[in-house]
Design a protein around this ligand. Structure first.
Ligand code: ZN
Length: 153
């Protein structure tokens, strides 16, 4: 599967998209109506925020608590190919809390904010998993410790 960058890519890949409320106390999660969203913001809109540009997800309002801003989460219909891009230094991995086995690599990112956003979303929608974020293969954030050591980058 090719890289998913735009809403059109998401729709074409057969993936579904979830929106998760930014508010920590809410984390309301709902499926996104892709076709409605593409009509509203354009099918070439970037799924991930672009640096220094406002993103449509920041304008999405939570139907549950009214908070403005939703994280977007793309659920792949199949395992994505591993990304061997060396700039993708941030990796978020989900582990089974019981067996400590890897459930999935939930996110690779080159941008720290994207990585942290993805981590928060994964915490919200995968409460049974232990999550770990690494930067250049060093652990910088773990869900059960909830500390962030000063990594580089
Ligand atoms: Zn909410």
């Amino acid at each position: 599967m090719s890289k998913i960058r735009t809403l059109r890519h998401v729709a074409d890949s057969g993936a579904t998209m979830l929106a998760v409320c930014h508010a920590v106390g809410c984390r309301h999660t709902r499926p996104v109506d892709l076709h409605k969203l593409m009509k509203a913001v354009g099918e070439l809109a970037s799924v991930l925020p672009v640096r220094d540009q406002s993103h449509f997800s920041e304008r999405m309002r939570c139907p549950e608590c009214g908070h403005r801003g939703m994280f977007l989460w793309v659920e792949q219909p199949q395992k994505p190919h591993p990304i061997s891009n060396s700039r993708m230094n941030f990796l978020v991995t989900a582990y089974d809390r019981e067996t400590n086995r890897v459930i999935s690599d939930v996110l690779r990112a080159s941008d720290r904010r994207v990585a942290h956003g993805g981590f928060s979303v994964a915490e919200a929608i995968m409460p049974a998993a232990r999550l770990e974020m690494t930067f250049q293969n060093r652990i910088i954030h773990q869900s059960h410790l909830r500390i962030v050591r000063g990594g580089r980058g």
